[in-house]
Each structure stands twice: as structure tokens, then as C-alpha cells.
Design a protein around this ligand. Structure first.
Ligand SMILES: Nc1ncnc2c1ncn2[C@@H]1O[C@H](COP(=O)(O)OP(=O)(O)OP(=O)(O)O)[C@@H](O)[C@H]1O
Ligand SMILES: [Mg+2]
Length: 444
């Protein structure tokens, strides 16, 4: 999964902790997933489980506490937590080992007091070796922390440098091929324009977020035109005519009309406001859209329209989407793969079909049991199952890890649970095959 060159976004052990008085709130805790180009990845979980925080950390609205995010293979987010933990653990390990050695040494000296000098020498050497090994390790971790700080702050510097270099190479070879002076002059003009743009371009603008609340996220004092064009203006685009044309273009793409451009957000319905939010994202020509519950604040009748719009845009513009929702029914319709979050952790991750066919983690099952279906028979039997981690798991002997149960299907579980889940999949498949065959026989 990790080395796939089709991966657009890779989130690796991302953590975002907030200080809450003397304690820390682990809003996002070692979350990992990746999104392939063109894919819609659904992130689900109940209110407060850390979905929005994950999105906001990816687009660098926060400084990540730990882990990394790679976008187009460049590390754009990097936190120091895990390196610091490594250092802490190493120090603890060293302490313990030194204590053990000290005890061994005393035992040996008590047994064989005649050879005190050589015993002392032997242990001094062992201790020095251990200390040196720990020192080298800690130095390495400190280097990683420095690198993380650099990437978190300066990833755009590297991105711009590479883009400027690519432009230079492109125009150099074009200029060499140019025949007339006029041609050369035009190329030079174009080159200067592109260069200026590249120097302002930030990698992070290729990721755009559509916010959860379409009312709060639009400035009421700005016209729709100014709201939508703002990102380009910040990038240094000054050409009024060009900006206007761009705004009209994206307004049409999201199903609004150019006459809407001079109005203010309060003159629009909820669904229309969310379209404005989508237009504001699309104008930046993003590769990835993080759509944070884009329909949950809307009337049910409008929800489908906005979802259809996102689906159209995905096809038309080749977008990749991280789609956040707290309800699995919306995600099923819209996502290729789904990650289920519970209290800051990813508990299950697989394709949309597989998740509905073989839901494994009890929290996923509880989310599924909450989906009503337009089938009276099913509704009569539907039992709402409430997840209680203390009842469902016994992690006293072995803590859970995020593990692959069958290819492409990951669950947070320990070894015992892993075996149980594998058996569960087999049982479901056996049952399905039996009922499938049963139906076949009836038909015959
Ligand atoms: N800036 C912040 N400072 C402190 N705590 C925060 C901050 N932002 C979020 N939190 C806390 O982090 C946790 C996760 O919040 P988050 O908004 O990511 O949840 P969510 O999954 O998006 O929920 P919802 O479905 O309600 O939008 C919550 O407990 C929240 O109170
Ligand atoms: Mg949220």
C-alpha cells in the first residue's frame, strides 16, 4: 500500500494532541491511511472522534504533534512526537540495562573476588558500549526531529525550487529550438509570467478544504466574487478581467450563474452556500479536496444534489476526495474506500463493499446498526447495537495494533481478535454461499 506510485496522499501515524489544562486530548492518535489518485476516501465516525482535526492537520492549519503527511511524495506535515518517544524509551531501556549490568557485576564480584580488576574492566567496557549505542541512536532521532521541523515549515521552499528548476529546463530547450527573434521574445515573456506564478505557488494550495458549516465559513461582508477569487488574489493574481472570467467559469461548474457573483452569502440558501464553498475550492485547481461533512448541515432533499455535484466534479476534473461524514449510509454511496475512526484512532479501513460485507470491528458494527433502511421487514428486526470498548475488548495482556485481516482490510486488534476476525469472515462467506446456493436450487 505504501509504495504505490498512484498514492496522492499518505498519512503516516499522524497525531494531533491538544492541551486541556494539565492533561492532553488525543484528538488524532497515530492515524494512518493513504488515498490513491482519483479515489474517494470516506472518513467516518461519531461527533468528536477527530475527523475535522485530521483534515485541518493535513492542510497545516495546526502544527502536527506527531507523524507525517506526504502529498505527491513530498512531506508536507511532520511532527516530532514519535522521535521524542523513541528517545524517552531508549533512555529508559538504557537505565534498565545499566541496572541489570550493575547487579550482574556485583554478583560476579561476590563470587569471584580475586578477579575484581578484570571483572571491573569487562563491565566498564560493556557499559561504555551500551552508552555509546544509545548516544548514537538519540543523535539520529534528534536529527529526525530537526528534519521534521524543517519539513513542517519549509516544504514549500523545496517545492518552489523544484518547480522553478523544471520551468527553467523547459524554456531553455524551447528557446534553443525557437527560430525567429519574435518567437524567442514571446517565449521569454511567457517564461517570466510562469516563473512569477511558480514562485507564489504553494504545494498546500493543491489541497483545498470544503468546510462543515457553509454559513460560518463564508465572510458575510464579502461578495461571492471576492470570496471565490480570494485564493487566487493571495497567490498574486492581479488581472481583474482574468479573475472575473475564472469566477464565472467555476460558478457555472457548481451549478450557479454569473449573476450570483455580485451578491452576498446571506442571499443564498444552505445548498447554494455550499456550492459557493465548493467553487472557492475548485478555482484553485486542486488535486485533492477535503470535503468535511459537506452535506450534514443541509436539508435531506438538498443533500443528494450537493453529493451529485461533487461526484460530477470528481469525474470532470479528475479530483481525489477525502470525504468526511459521521454516517455510513452517505459514505457507502460515495466512497471507494472507508476509514472508521473512534476517539482519535482508526479502527477499521477497507473498501466500501468489503466494509459492508464483512464489518469486523464492533464499533463499525454499531455504526452499521444505526443505518435505517427503507425495508419494513428489516426495520422490524434491526437492533441498534451500542459499542462499549470495555465490554468488547480485553487488552490487558496484549495491546491492539492496526493489522491486515485479509488483503486490503485493516482492523485495530490484537492477535486473539485477529484470529477471531479471520474466522468471522470465513463464517460470513460460508453463510452467504449457502444461502446463494439455496436460492439457486429453488430456482431450478
Ligand atoms: N482547536 C482545538 N483545541 C482543543 N480541542 C479541540 C480543538 N479542535 C478540536 N478539539 C477537540 O478534539 C476532538 C476532535 O474534534 P473534531 O472537531 O476533530 O471532531 P469531529 O470528528 O470533526 O466531530 P464532528 O462530527 O462533530 O464534526 C474533540 O474532542 C474536540 O473537542
Ligand atoms: Mg467535524
Amino acid at each position: 500500500m505504501d509504495n504505490d506510485k498512484n498514492v496522492l496522499l499518505k498519512v503516516d501515524n499522524l497525531s494531533q494532541y491538544f492541551k486541556l489544562g494539565n492533561t492532553k486530548l488525543k484528538a488524532v492518535d497515530h492515524v494512518s491511511f493513504s488515498i490513491k489518485k482519483g479515489e474517494v476516501f470516506g472518513l467516518v465516525g461519531e461527533s468528536g472522534c477527530g475527523k475535522t482535526t485530521t483534515g485541518r492537520t493535513i492542510i497545516k492549519l495546526y502544527n502536527a504533534t506527531g507523524g507525517s503527511v506526504y502529498f505527491e511524495n513530498t512531506r508536507i506535515v511532520a511532527g516530532a512526537l514519535d522521535y521524542k518517544e523513541n528517545i524517552k524509551n531508549k533512555r529508559k531501556e538504557l537505565d534498565n540495562k545499566l541496572k541489570e549490568l550493575k547487579k550482574d557485576k556485583e554478583d560476579e564480584l561476590a563470587k569471584d573476588s580475586n578477579n575484581a580488576t578484570s571483572i571491573n574492566e569487562k563491565y566498564d567496557k560493556l557499559i561504555a558500549e551500551l552508552k555509546e549505542e544509545a548516544k548514537v541512536y538519540i543523535q539520529e532521532q534528534n536529527k529526525e526531529i530537526k528534519k521534521a521541523k524543517f519539513d513542517q515549515k519549509k516544504c514549500d521552499k523545496v517545492f518552489i525550487k523544484n518547480n522553478v528548476l523544471a520551468l527553467k529546463n523547459k524554456y531553455q530547450s524551447l528557446l534553443e529550438k525557437a527560430k525567429t527573434e519574435e518567437e524567442k521574445e514571446n517565449l521569454n515573456k511567457e517564461y517570466r509570467k510562469e516563473l512569477k506564478k511558480a514562485r507564489h505557488e504553494k504545494l498546500i494550495t493543491k489541497i483545498q478544504m470544503i468546510f462543515q458549516d457553509p454559513i460560518a465559513s463564508l465572510d458575510p461582508r464579502m461578495t461571492v466574487k471576492d470570496i471565490i477569487a480570494e485564493g487566487l488574489v493571495i497567490q498574486g493574481v492581479k488581472d481583474k478581467k482574468y479573475l472575473e472570467e475564472k469566477v464565472y467559469e467555476v460558478l457555472e461548474l457548481v451549478g450557479l450563474v454569473r449573476e450570483h457573483a455580485d451578491r452576498y452569502p446571506h442571499e443564498f440558501s444552505g445548498g447554494q452556500r455550499q456550492r459557493i464553498g465548493i467553487a472557492r475550492a475548485i478555482i484553485m485547481n486542486p488535486e485533492l479536496i477535503i470535503a468535511d461533512e459537506p452535506v450534514s448541515a443541509l436539508d435531506v432533499s438538498i443533500q443528494a444534489q450537493v453529493l451529485n455535484l461533487l461526484n460530477d466534479l470528481r469525474n470532470k476534473l479528475g479530483l481525489t476526495i477525502l470525504f468526511v461524514a459521521h454516517n455510513l449510509s452517505v459514505v457507502k454511496y460515495f466512497s471507494d474506500r472507508v476509514g472508521v475512526m473512534y476517539f482519535g484512532q482508526m479502527v477499521e479501513l477497507t473498501t466500501s463493499d468489503e466494509l459492508f460485507k464483512h464489518p469486523l470491528h464492533p464499533y463499525t458494527k454499531s455504526l452499521l446498526s444505526a443505518i435505517p433502511l427503507p425495508d419494513p421487514e428489516y426495520e422490524k428486526q434491526r437492533v441498534r447495537f451500542v459499542y462499549n470498548p470495555l465490554v468488547e475488548h480485553d487488552y490487558s495482556e496484549e495491546k491492539p495494533k492496526f493489522q491486515e485481516v485479509i488483503p486490503g482490510h485493516y482492523v485495530l486488534c490484537n492477535t486473539k481478535e485477529l484470529e477471531k476476525y479471520r474466522q468471522e469472515i470465513k463464517n460470513i462467506d460460508l453463510k452467504n454461499n449457502a444461502s446463494h446456493n439455496g436460492k439457486k436450487k429453488k430456482k431450478n
